[in-house]
Design a protein around this ligand. Structure first.
Ligand SMILES: Cc1cc2nc3c(=O)[nH]c(=O)nc-3n(C[C@H](O)[C@H](O)[C@H](O)COP(=O)(O)OP(=O)(O)OC[C@H]3O[C@@H](n4cnc5c(N)ncnc54)[C@H](O)[C@@H]3O)c2cc1C
Length: 306
């Protein structure tokens, strides 16, 4: 898939690695160096396993360094009613609590690891694009708050100026616990942690096939083969047809971004006065972040791939 480099890579450039011959054998081979692959590699290597990490492109080529950097739970696809219908009330509450807890996990993890990823727990503002959306948003927030302790506040239309200079909304909700980070800096921070403990990372080295023999796997790449007791396939929607099972189940979506010219500080202070991450109430959501405050704002809209 041909992609354009996001502008925030200027502040956290992608890296390659020198050509490395893959190790003959490891405990665990990880395919894909996004957040999933890096996090798995870090946990496993620290638990004493030998690990090799293969990445088809540059490090962070995939979604992990390209994303909006919003940190927080998001349920507006199914909504609370949809979640409850699918999983029941108890399970829904467990899902919500776990997803809220992960924001604290990121916060603690970045501090403990001393990774500078511009993380700010600024809160998230969600604006309602119609009175109906606002009513639904308020009722969902109240359920989240009462059943799972989600912290935040309802913003009636008269109070919107404190949250945004935009006139498009009919009210909104603030989720206090959410925040934002610079995804490419976070990704680079994880790579540095892996390098520090000597994990072999091989960029520009796609795994072209995997053979299974009894209790082990053989991974084939253009630079050589590796035998592994276990394989973690962390290839997201970039999964190729050689991994048929996953290829048919994780589908790519195309996203569009509008990046503005640099925005003057006084206008920025009116548009996003609290520096929160922001989104709206559409099913295909538009969301707004200011990853480099006072420099640019960006808007991302997810659009299904034709
Ligand atoms: C535009 C956009 C905005 C987003 N915004 C947010 C957000 O604001 N907040 C949020 O929480 N989430 C957001 N997400 C989702 C988030 O980015 C992903 O859920 C997360 O990055 C997935 O990480 P991953 O490691 O699973 O996959 P990826 O980071 O995509 O990594 C998969 C890697 O596997 C590699 N690969 C594929 N096939 C092979 C192979 N055969 N051999 C070797 N390597 C291979 C790919 O090159 C890729 O680098 C967004 C996603 C996108 C696309």
């Amino acid at each position: 898939m041909k992609t354009t480099p996001p502008y925030w890579w200027e502040h956290a450039p992608r890296e390659n690695t020198p050509e490395i011959t893959p190790p003959a054998a490891v405990d665990i081979a990880i395919v894909g160096a996004g957040f999933s692959g890096l996090s798995a590699a870090l946990t496993l290597a620290r638990a004493g396993r030998s690990v090799v990490l293969f990445e088809a492109g540059q490090l962070g080529e995939g979604a992990s360094s390209r994303n909006g950097g919003m940190v927080g739970s998001s349920f507006h696809k199914l909504g609370i009613a949809g979640l409850q219908a699918q999983y029941g009330v108890e399970k829904t509450n467990e899902i919500i609590r776990e997803s809220i807890g992960f924001v604290g996990f990121i916060d603690d993890f970045l501090k403990a690891e001393n990774i500078d990823a511009d993380f700010k727990r600024s809160g998230r503002f969600r604006g309602a694009l119609s009175p109906d959306h606002f009513a639904k948003m308020v009722s969902e927030f109240q359920i989240f708050h009462e059943s799972c302790g989600v912290q935040g506040s309802i913003v009636p239309s008269g109070d919107l100026a404190a949250e945004t200079g935009s006139k498009r909304f009919h009210g909104g909700v603030v989720y206090d616990m959410d925040g934002g980070l610079h995804p490419a800096k976070f990704h680079n921070g994880l790579i540095a942690k892996l390098r520090a403990i000597g994990v072999t990372i091989i960029a520009n080295c796609p795994v072209t096939s995997i053979d299974r023999t009894n209790a082990s796997f053989t991974l084939h790449t253009p630079l050589g083969t590796t035998k592994a007791d276990r394989v973690a396939l962390c290839t997201n929607a970039y999964t190729g047809p050689q991994f048929r099972h996953q290829h048919r189940r994780v589908l790519p979506l195309r996203s569009a971004i509008i990046a503005t010219d640099p925005i003057a500080p006084d206008l920025m202070a009116r548009l996003m006065p609290k520096g929160r991450v922001c989104g709206d109430s559409r099913r295909i959501v538009a969301y707004y972040t200011a990853p480099h405050p006072m420099v640019r704002a960006s808007c991302l809209v997810a659009v299904p791939l034709a």
